[in-house]
Structure formats: C-alpha cells, structure tokens
Write a protein that binds this ligand. Structure first.
Ligand code: BEZ
Length: 396
C-alpha cells in the first residue's frame, strides 16, 4: 500500500519508540499533555471532516469519506501514532451550509485539524476563519486558485481548477489545428477558473475560441439553449467544467442533442469521474478529459490501492477518494513530526513532510501548498462490460 516512504518509516519507528516510552512514563505518573481539542494526556487528535452529505456534490463527499477512512483503517485508526477522533459535518452544496459547518467544527467541536471541502466558493469562504483560528485545513477537493497561497494554515491535496484546465489546452490546440472550441461551465469560481486555465494554454498554443456560456450552478436542468449556441458557433470541439449531478445531466443531454458525433467533447476530468460515469454510461463514450488520477493508472501502487478500496467498498476508487486518502497521509506524516497537536505545530510540520507516495504517483506540496503533480489525458472507453477513463498519455 502506498504511504510514507522507507526513510520516513525508519524515523517513524524511532518516534514510535519515544512515544511508547513517554506513554509508560505517563502511566507511572508522568504527564503527557497535548494542546488542542484532543483529550489531554491521551495522545489523541481530533480531526474535523467537512464534506457534502447532501446536494449535488453528495456523491463526492461519500468517496472522500471512504478514502479518508480507508487510510485511517490501514493505520489502525491512528495518525502519527495518535488515536484519531473524527467529527463529521455536512458541507452541503454551497457556502450557506459549508461555512457554518466549518465554523461549528472549529468553535464548538474544537478540532485540531480540518480535512475536506468540495466546493470552491465554500473553501474561499472559510479560508480566513481557519487562518485566524490557527486550525490547519487540508483542502481535499475545492480547486479555487486562490484557496492555497502559501498562508500557514491552508494546504491542498487536490488540484487548482486553472491547473486541470491548463494541462489540457495545449493538447487540444494541437488536435484541432485551425478549428475552434466552444467553452461552457458551471457559473461559479470553479467553472470560471477551469475555463480560464484551459483558454490560457489553448490560446498560447494557437487555438481559437468560438464562444462561451456560463450556466447557473446547481439550478440548470436544461442545457439545450447552451448546446444550440455551441452548435451554431461552428466550433469543432467543446471544453466544459461540470461535476457531480450536473456532469451526469450535461453529458446525457450532449449525447441526446446529437453533438457527440460531430463535436468532440473535452472537459476537466470531474466530468466523467466515478459514480457520474456509471450514470452516464454509453453517453460518455469517447469523452476526453484531463485529471491527476484514473483508477486505470497502470502502476503497482495504484493497483494495490484499487484492490484495497474495491474490497472495502465494492466500487472502484475515484480522484475524490485519492485526494482524501492523501490528506490523511499528509496529516499522518505531519503528526509524526509535529511538536504536539496544536494547530501551529501541525501546520508547521505539514511544511516538512516532503514527498507523498500516492496511488496517483509521487507528489509534494509546492510553495503555495498545492500539489506538484502529473496530469493525464483520459478517454472514456468500454472496459470489462462497463466504461472507464482509459489513460492515453501524461500531459506536459
Ligand atoms: C470546486 O468547486 O472547486 C469543484 C467541485 C467539484 C469538482 C471539482 C471542483
């Protein structure tokens, strides 16, 4: 199973030995005080998990909870050798539910660290709160470019929306030659940044834009007027950002509108990821996307992860599961080195964890605290009687 490197494991054994000695001393009357929300003297840590249990992003929340819990289970319920108490709060769909959920975890539950946040607008809405409260937040999905900017308390194990789009632009420009592309996205931070990232590298490589539409987030059910615009624009391809329930409806309508045959559909990989692909079925065949993960990645680390995840949950893992699995891994490594469980100590230790061996490949935090990681060009293909995101190549 991927996880801490050998070097780290040796250091970990030493730390575990020291911890065991300290525990013995505590049992004999010594003190082992811990700062933060975990029980004093217990060597425990309290982690707040803020993920959607309702709304269009609820399936993403399910996958992320599973990824986090799988890592924890593999470490016998401990991170950095400390017993973990997980407190969950429903992020819901948007900031009106997500921001209060995080506030509750910080002020009422007094968690030592936070993991989660799917929606970019919510992440932007809680960024200042966590920094002021000095509670480290490991963002395990939301990709708004400005969420992680090198501030001490916000770290991200997922991606930037601009980065996922930008990874694809050059390859599409090369594929299209002189032809143009139409852009479409959910009208909020994630959609706008995804499109901007794509546009940047696409235009830099000589690509032409035929037009763009931003569709109301969470309320659009009929994409026909937008699909007509794309068709009438003369574009030979469409690039989109949709995720969760919106991705299912969009891809099905794209196909039934008849665009699938004549205009190649590209997108940020959330468009065809996990449960949404199962719901889209054949309508998604041939859709090409960029992402930093596919369960089809042919590496020993990923195969081992896919086996363990599938065994545990009877479903293949998704990028969302991997991001949360890696958030637990980052916290594990940080807690091994941290001087206690205060927010300051955990945040400081996160800066020194180095590389993470992940099912997606090896990655590390960059200076803004975003993952420095490879991206892949994927295509939905028929695999084993279903559909999967086959990996065509790594994007440069
Ligand atoms: C976001 O809001 O950043 C986001 C939501 C779902 C999938 C990907 C990104």
């Amino acid at each position: 199973m991927p996880g801490p490197s050998r070097r780290r494991l040796r250091r970990t054994s030493l730390i575990a030995l020291v911890a065991a000695l300290a525990l013995t001393a505590a049992a004999c009357g010594g003190s082992l005080d811990e700062e933060g929300g975990g029980e004093e003297g217990s060597g425990s840590v309290k982690v707040g998990l803020a993920l959607p249990a309702s709304g269009v992003y609820e399936p993403l929340g399910v996958d992320m909870t599973r990824g986090f819990e799988l890592y924890l289970e593999e470490q016998q319920g401990k991170l950095g050798g400390k017993e973990v108490e997980v407190v969950k709060a429903d992020e819901g769909e948007a900031p009106d539910t997500g921001v209060p959920a995080v506030q509750k975890l910080v002020t009422q539950d007094k968690v030592d660290a936070l993991v989660g946040i799917v929606n970019s607008a919510t992440a932007l809405g809680v960024k200042d709160t966590v920094s002021q409260s000095k509670v480290p937040l490991i963002v395990a999905n939301a990709g708004a470019d400005e969420v992680a900017d090198g501030g001490d308390y916000v770290w991200r194990t997922s991606f930037t929306n601009g980065g996922v789009g930008e990874a694809l632009g050059g390859a599409v420009a090369e594929e299209l030659g002189n032809e143009s592309v139409y852009l479409m996205a959910a009208d909020y931070a994630a959609g706008r940044e995804s499109v901007a990232g794509f546009k940047k590298s696409f235009e830099a490589a000589g690509g032409k834009i035929a037009g763009e539409s931003f569709t109301p987030f969470g309320t659009t059910t009929d994409w026909q007027p937008f699909l007509s615009k794309a068709q009438n624009s003369g574009a030979k391809a469409v690039y989109v950002f949709y995720a969760g329930g919106e991705a299912v409806n969009f891809v099905k309508q794209y196909k039934s509108f008849g665009l699938g045959e004549e205009i190649q559909l590209y997108g940020a990989g959330f468009l065809t990821e996990g449960g949404v692909l199962a719901a889209q079925g054949k309508a998604a065949e041939g859709v090409r996307t960029s992402l930093h993960y596919s369960d089809q990645l042919d590496t020993p680390e990923n195969k081992e992860f896919v086996d363990a995840y599938t065994k545990a949950y009877d479903a293949p893992p998704t990028v969302y599961a991997v991001q949360a699995y890696d958030a637990a891994a980052a916290l594990d490594l940080a807690l091994k080195d941290a001087d206690g469980t205060s927010g300051e100590a955990i945040a400081k230790a996160l800066g020194g964890i180095g590389e993470i061996e992940s099912p997606r490949g090896t990655w590390s935090f960059d200076e803004d605290h975003n993952p420095d990681q490879p991206y892949f060009l994927r295509e939905v293909q028929a695999v084993d009687g279903g559909f999967a995101n086959a990996v065509l190549n790594e994007l440069s």
